[in-house]
Design a protein around this ligand. Structure first.
Ligand code: ARG
Ligand code: ZN
Length: 864
C-alpha cells in the first residue's frame, strides 16, 4: 500500500532559505533509462540554518564540496531530503546523480513523451532531476549543458540563449544554454529529440530581435502557425497594454502529447500540451483556436508576472496565476469581443469555481495550509484569483490600477514576492487602504449579495438596501464582510440611462463593504421609477439575489444596456423555469418565456457570437448548486424539455441560418468564429428537437461540413439520437481521424460526455484508450464525470464505479492526474440520497485501498 498521510504545510511557517546559490551548472548526459545529471552550485550562507536540499528518486553517484568527496557520514538522506551537517560559509557543491526518465509516468521532472525528452518542474518536479533547494524563493543563474545521441536527439533545448554546441565521439553531440536571468528551479526546462520547427521572429519595442520557434512532431510544422501568430500577438499586446517587452533573444515553445496540464511558462522555453499548440482548419474547432491564443498568451505573459517577479512560496500561487489569467482574459477581450469573452469567463467561473467554493474542497484564493501542492492549481486560485484583480480595477479605477502595475514591475522585478507586496503597490497608486480588500484572499466561499429596492414616488427617490453574506466553508465558519464593488446603472426602459445625483451618465460603482448598506438614489422630480442594473459586466464574483419575478426579469432584460446582464437575465429566467419544470413534470415549458428567449436570439443575430451564447442554458452542474438535495438526472431532463421547446420556437431560424453557406475560405478570425458559433448553436438546437428528421438533417450536414467546428457540433448532436445516422457518423469520424490523436480525443469526449456509465466503460476499454496519456484519460474520464453529471451521478452508482476504477488505475502511474479526476466527486454531499450513498461508498473504498499522496489529499478532504 502506498498510502502516505498528508502532512500539511503552513503559510505561517515560512522561513527564508539560509543560503544563496548565485549560479549553477547542470550537465545532462541523456539516456532513456539512465540519465546522468552533474550539478555544480556556488553556495553562500546568508543567515543561520541547516544546508538541506530536496531530492526524490535520485541515485547519488558522487558528492563533493570544494572538490573533496564527502563521506557517507558527512551527509544524511531521508524523507526526500539531503542534509549536510557542516558546511563552510562559501563553497562549491558538486553532485552526480542518475535518473530514469523512461520510468517517469508521473510526468513530473524529466520524462519521455513519444521518444523525446521533456520536463515539467512546477511545482516540485526539479527535485526529481537533481538535489536542489526546490522552492521558488531560491533563484539562481542556470548554465546548462546537454549531451545526447545525435541521430535520435538532433535538437537539444533549454532555457535562455544557446551557447557552444558540437559533435562528440560515439555519435553523440552537445549543446549549451545560458539563462542570464536568475530563476527558481520550477522554471527550469529541457527538451531533446527530433522535431519540426515553425520559425519566425519579433522585434521588441526596444528594437531587440527575438528568434521564435514552435517545435512540434515531424510533419506537423504547418499546424504550428496559429500558435506562432498568437505568440507574436501576445508579445505586442504586453508591450502596448503594460509596457513590458521580452527580455531574451530566443523564445521557444515545444508541444508534447503527454502533459498533465495545459502548458508551462519555463523561462524562454515554454512547454505545451500539444492540444494547445497544434491546429489546422480541418482538424481544430474555433474553440481550439481560441484556447491556443489564450494559453499561448497566458504562458507568455508569465514572463513578467511569474518569471521576472515570482512567488516567495506556493501559498502565493495566485500572485502569478490569478494575475496572469486576468491578463490573458484582457488579451482575449482586446483581440475578440469583450462582452462575449466576459460571458465565457463567467460561465467557466460559475461552473467550476463556484462549485469548488461551495463544496468540501473550498479554500481561500491564498490558502493558509495545504496537504499537496499539486492540488492547489485550482479554479479558485486561477479563476477567482483573476476575478479579484478585476474587482480591484473596479474598486480603484483603471488609472490607479495601471499605475500600481507599473510600480509592481519596477519595484519587485527580480524578486520572489507576496500578495502583500503586490497590494502595497496599489495602495501607493490609489492612496487607499486595501487591507479589507485582502480579506478576499483569506476567506473561502462565494459571497451572496441581496438587493432590495424601495421606490418613493413622491420624493423621486430609490432606496437600495444591499447586504452580503458568505456561507461557511471547511474550517471557516465565520466570515467578515469584504468590499464588493458593484457596477450599477439606472435604466430608463428605452435603451438609455436615467440621471441621478452623483451618478455619471446614470452609472456608478457601489462598494458594499459592510454586512449591510443603504444607498439613496435621488432622481430629478417627476422621474419615472428606473430599473436597476447591478453587478454589470460581473464586476464582482458574487451571487446576486433580487426579488424579481419572471415579468420583472423580462422587463429588465429588455431594458438592459449591459450585454453581460442581458445574457444573465436570461440565465436566471431559464434557471427558474428549469426548476419549475423539475417540480411540475406534467407542465409544459412557459410559452411566453420561450418566445422571449427566442426573440432575444433573433434580436442579436447581428452579433452572432453573442446570440450563440443566448442559446446556452445553464448546465446541470450549475443548476445543482442551487438545488439541495440535487437530482442531476431530473435536472437534466427538465433542462432538455426547456431546450426542446426553445428549439421548436427557433425552428424557422435554425433552417434559415443553416441554409446559408459556412464562411469560406476558413479563417480562425473572431468574426468567422462568431458566425460558426451561431451555426453551431443551431446545430445543437436541431439535436434538441430529437426527431428522426432532425437526425437525418444533422447527418447530411455532418457529411458536408467543411470545418471541424461544425462537423463536431453535428457529431455531438447526433450522439443522443440512437439510430443509423448516429452510428455512421461515429464510425466515419473515427475512420477519418484515427491518426490524429487530438481529434480522436474529441471523439472520445463527445461520446463520454453524453453516454451512460456503460458507454464510458466501453470507451475506457477501447484499444485507443491509453492510461499513460492524460489527454486521452481526460477525454473519457473528465468528459464523463465533469460534463455528464446525470450519468455520472446516476442513482445506481454505476457512473461512480467506472470513474473510481479509472482513477485507481491512473493513480498507479500518474498521481496528479488521478487527483484531478477525483475532484469530480467534490459535490457528492449535495446529491440525492441514493447517489450520495454510492459516492460515499466509492470514496471510502478508494481511501481504504490506499492511493498516492495527491489522491489521498483529495479523498480525505472530500470525505471530511
Ligand atoms: N504554471 C502553469 C500555468 O501556466 C501550470 C502548472 C501546473 N502545475 C501543476 N503542478 N499543477 O498555468
Ligand atoms: Zn499560469
Amino acid at each position: 500500500m502506498r498510502t502516505e498521510t498528508p502532512v500539511s504545510v503552513k503559510l505561517e511557517d515560512y522561513t527564508p532559505y539560509p543560503f544563496e546559490i548565485d549560479s549553477v551548472s547542470l550537465d545532462f548526459s541523456l539516456e532513456l533509462e539512465a540519465t546522468r545529471v552533474r550539478t555544480k552550485m556556488s553556495v553562500r550562507r546568508v543567515r543561520p540554518g541547516e544546508f538541506v536540499l530536496d531530492g526524490e528518486g535520485l541515485t547519488l553517484n558522487d558528492i563533493s564540496i570544494d572538490g573533496s568527496p564527502l563521506q557517507v557520514s558527512d551527509y544524511k538522506i531521508a524523507d526526500n531530503k539531503l542534509t549536510i551537517a557542516d558546511v563552510p560559509d562559501t563553497f562549491t557543491l558538486e553532485t552526480d546523480v542518475t535518473i530514469n526518465p523512461k520510468a517517469n509516468t508521473a510526468l513530473s521532472g524529466l520524462y519521455v513523451s513519444a521518444g523525446r525528452f521533456c520536463s515539467q518542474c512546477e511545482a516540485t518536479g526539479f527535485r526529481r532531476i537533481t538535489y536542489w533547494p526546490d522552492r521558488p524563493d531560491v533563484m539562481s543563474r542556470f548554465h546548462v549543458r546537454i549531451d545526447a545521441d545525435k541521430a535520435t536527439y538532433p535538437i537539444l533545448l533549454s532555457n535562455g540563449t544557446p551557447g557552444k554546441a558540437g559533435d562528440l565521439p560515439g555519435g553523440r553531440h552537445f549543446a549549451e544554454w545560458d539563462d542570464p536571468h536568475p530563476k527558481p528551479s520550477y522554471l527550469f526546462a529541457l527538451c531533446a529529440g527530433d522535431y519540426d520547427v515553425w520559425r519566425d521572429s519579433f522585434t521588441t519595442m526596444n528594437g531587440d530581435h527575438v528568434d521564435l520557434g514552435v517545435y512540434v512532431d515531424k510533419g506537423q510544422a504547418d499546424r504550428a502557425e496559429w500558435a506562432m501568430e498568437s505568440l507574436k500577438a501576445s508579445m505586442k499586446w504586453d508591450e502596448e497594454r503594460f509596457g513590458r517587452a521580452y527580455d531574451l533573444g530566443v523564445f521557444n515553445i515545444v508541444a508534447v502529447r503527454d502533459f498533465n496540464f495545459g502548458a508551462m511558462e519555463n523561462k524562454g522555453l515554454n512547454i505545451f500540451n500539444s492540444a494547445y499548440v497544434l491546429a489546422s482548419p480541418d482538424s481544430a474547432t474555433d474553440a481550439d483556436f481560441e484556447a491556443i491564443e489564450s494559453i499561448v498568451g497566458h504562458e507568455y505573459f508569465h514572463n513578467w508576472t511569474g518569471n521576472r517577479i515570482t512567488c516567495r512560496d506556493w501559498f502565493q500561487l495566485c500572485l502569478k496565476e490569478g494575475l496572469t489569467v486576468f491578463r490573458d482574459q484582457e488579451f482575449s477581450s482586446d483581440l475578440r469581443s469583450r462582452p462575449v469573452q466576459r460571458i465565457k469567463d463567467v460561465m467557466r467561473l460559475r461552473a467550476r469555481q463556484f462549485a469548488e467554493d461551495g463544496g468540501p474542497l473550498a479554500h481561500p484564493v491564498r490558502p493558509q495550509a495545504y496537504g499537496s501542492i499539486d492540488n492547489l492549481y485550482t479554479a479558485t486560485v486561477y479563476e477567482k484569483g483573476a476575478e479579484l484583480i478585476r474587482a480591484l480595477t473596479v474598486l480603484i479605477g483603471d488609472d490607479a490600477f495601471n499605475k500600481g502595475m507599473q510600480i509592481y514591475f519596477d519595484e519587485y522585478d527580480g524578486t520572489a514576492s507576496t500578495i502583500e507586496d503586490f497590494y502595497s503597490c496599489f495602495e501607493k497608486a490609489s492612496g487607499k487602504d486595501l487591507s479589507q480588500f485582502r480579506l478576499w484572499y483569506a476567506q473561502a466561499g462565494t459571497p451572496e449579495v441581496t438587493v432590495v429596492e424601495e421606490w418613493d414616488e413622491a420624493k423621486s427617490e430609490l432606496t437600495l438596501t444591499l447586504s452580503q453574506k458568505t456561507p461557511p466553508t471547511p474550517k471557516q465558519d465565520k466570515k467578515k464582510p469584504v468590499p464588493i464593488p458593484l457596477r450599477a446603472a439606472l435604466l430608463d426602459g428605452k435603451g438609455g440611462h436615467v440621471e441621478a445625483e452623483g451618478w455619471q451618465d446614470g452609472e456608478t460603482v457601489i462598494v458594499l463593504d459592510k454586512a449591510e448598506k443603504t444607498v439613496k438614489v435621488n432622481l430629478s422630480k417627476g422621474s419615472a421609477r428606473p430599473l436597476l442594473s447591478i453587478n454589470r459586466e460581473f464586476s464582482a464574483p458574487v451571487r446576486v439575489r433580487r426579488d424579481l419575478d419572471k415579468a420583472g426579469l423580462l422587463k429588465l432584460a429588455a431594458a438592459e444596456t449591459d450585454p453581460f446582464n442581458i445574457w444573465d437575465c436570461f440565465q436566471s429566467l431559464a434557471k427558474t423555469e428549469i426548476f419549475r419544470l423539475l417540480d411540475e413534470p406534467q407542465s409544459p415549458p412557459d410559452d411566453a418565456l420561450v418566445s422571449a428567449m427566442a426573440d432575444a436570439v433573433r434580436l442579436n443575430e447581428s452579433d452572432p457570437a453573442f446570440a450563440a451564447l443566448l442559446t446556452v442554458l445553464p448546465d446541470v452542474g450549475e443548476l445543482f448548486q442551487d438545488r439541495e438535495p440535487a437530482d442531476p438526472a431530473g435536472l437534466d431532463s427538465a433542462r432538455k424539455r426547456l431546450r426542446k421547446a426553445f428549439a421548436e420556437a427557433l425552428a424557422g431560424d435554425i433552417t434559415r441560418i443553416l441554409e446559408q453557406p459556412s464562411p469560406t475560405p476558413f479563417k480562425p478570425s473572431a468574426e468567422q468564429a462568431g458566425t460558426r458559433a451561431l451555426r453551431g448553436a443551431m446545430i445543437g438546437l436541431t439535436g434538441a428537437l430529437g426527431t428522426p428528421e432532425a437526425a437525418s438533417q444533422l447527418k447530411s450536414h455532418f457529411d458536408s461540413a467543411s470545418n471541424m467546428t461544425e462537423s463536431l457540433a453535428c457529431l455531438r448532436s447526433l450522439i443522443p439520437l440512437p439510430g443509423k445516422a448516429r452510428d455512421e457518423a461515429i464510425e466515419t469520424f473515427y475512420a477519418r481521424w484515427k491518426d490524429n490523436p487530438l481529434v480522436i480525443d474529441k471523439w472520445f469526449a463527445v461520446q463520454a460526455g453524453q453516454g451512460t456509465a456503460e458507454d464510458a466503460r466501453r470507451l475506457s476499454e477501447h484499444p485507443d484508450f491509453d492510461m499513460s496519456n492524460p489527454n486521452r484519460v481526460r477525454s473519457v474520464a473528465a468528459a464523463f464525470s465533469m460534463t455528464n453529471l446525470a450519468a455520472f451521478h446516476a442513482p445506481d452508482g454505476k457512473g461512480h464505479e467506472v470513474i473510481a476504477d479509472i482513477i485507481q488505475r491512473a493513480d498507479k502511474l500518474n498521481p496528479a492526474l488521478a487527483a484531478r479526476l477525483l475532484t469530480s466527486f467534490e459535490q457528492w454531499k449535495k446529491l440525492e440520497p441514493k447517489a450520495r450513498a454510492s459516492a460515499k461508498t466509492v470514496l471510502e473504498r478508494l481511501q481504504e485501498a490506499g492511493l498516492s499522496k495527491n489522491a489521498m489529499d483529495i479523498v480525505t478532504r472530500a470525505l471530511d
